[in-house]
Design a binder for this molecule. Structure first.
Ligand SMILES: [Zn+2]
Length: 320
């Protein structure tokens, strides 16, 4: 429950976790027939991380073991993310059960994603569909992990750990796997196709000279950081420089050199299209532009997963 203000398929999942460099959750069953939300949330989150990584999402975790992470740090980790999911399991009167999703106040994209997750989780895990809402507090969002979070941020309350039947289900890895798969289904419904550029720079202007510049060869765009790419290509004879576009937008010119290259501060999920042309100038005037060399750079959707609670904060505790 969010603080106001866890055989083969499993081996495969564990292998995928290790391969993806993600943590491995501690056992979920606590002593004395109890189950702690923090352990369930972490296990569920790591399973979800493995599925989303497998499906091409860029996944970051606020915790990957039994560590305490302050709410402010969690909310701040949404920087640069397309989606932030805080994974919890609920507590309330013993009879309460089912799935709830909380989105941010006045965030239409978040509200849509919350409805999609409510549908996909309940369909996959067979839980009761409770609601998808935004909860208002004294300073905007009621929940600290959503308040001031720069990403589209949601709290996913998969099931009720305070409900005996659901506590037993949560203690079972197969059910946690279903919750993880249900969340992934909804994320993939909402974050399906990566955006693609709609325009290009158009054809090169007609030239008056009869010897055409070659098109730059072997253009490669490589991501070298969360918000940077480097472009490299082979030099073109007679070129005095090169002109670069990304997604139809002019980035500028770079001078001629034996190893032409350029850095571009690109961010934002999508398939980005680069075009590079060789240019022959006399003074500041273009005499000729070559045809475009084209390269694409794929930046995946970035999802931050926040396993609820951790360390000294156990979250809710369920009885089996
Ligand atoms: Zn919680």
């Amino acid at each position: 429950m969010a603080r106001r203000g866890i055989t083969a398929a499993l081996v495969g999942a564990l292998a995928a976790l290790l391969a993806a460099g993600l943590g491995v959750a501690p056992p979920v069953r606590a002593a004395g027939g109890r189950v702690r939300e923090k352990d369930v949330d972490l296990d569920e989150t790591l399973r979800l991380a493995a599925i989303l990584s497998d499906h091409g999402f860029e996944v970051a975790l606020t915790r990957q073991d039994d560590t305490f992470v302050p709410l402010r740090t969690r909310a701040a980790s949404g920087v640069g993310a397309d989606l932030f999911l805080s994974i919890h399991n609920n507590a309330g009167p013993p009879a309460d059960h089912g799935t709830e999703i909380y989105s941010q106040v006045n965030n239409a994209r978040g509200a849509d994603t919350a409805r999609a997750l409510l549908a996909s989780i309940t369909a996959r895990a067979g839980t009761t569909r409770r609601f998808a809402v935004a909860r208002v507090g004294a300073h905007g969002d009621y929940y600290a992990v959503l308040r001031g979070n720069p990403a589209v941020a949601l709290i996913v309350e998969g099931a009720y750990i305070s409900n005996r039947a659901e506590a037993r289900r949560l203690a079972d890895g197969r059910f946690r796997q279903l919750l993880a798969e249900g969340i992934a289904d909804g994320v993939e419904d909402e974050f399906a196709a990566l955006p693609r550029p709609q325009a290009g720079p158009g054809p090169p202007p007609r030239t008056t000279t009869d010897v055409l510049l070659d098109t730059p060869a072997q253009l490669v765009a490589t991501r070298v950081g969360p918000a940077q790419a480097v472009l490299r290509w082979l030099p073109v004879d007679r070129a005095t420089g090169y002109r670069l576009w990304r997604d139809g937008m002019l980035l500028g010119d770079v001078g001629a050199s034996s190893r032409p290259a350029a850095l571009d501060p690109v961010s934002g999920a999508g398939v980005h299209r680069y075009e590079v042309r060789a240019v022959l100038q006399a003074g500041d005037e273009d005499v000729q532009q070559s045809a475009s060399a084209v390269a694409e750079l794929v930046i995946p959707w970035r999802v931050v997963l926040d396993a609820g609670h951790g360390g000294r904060d156990s979250g809710a505790v369920g009885r089996l």
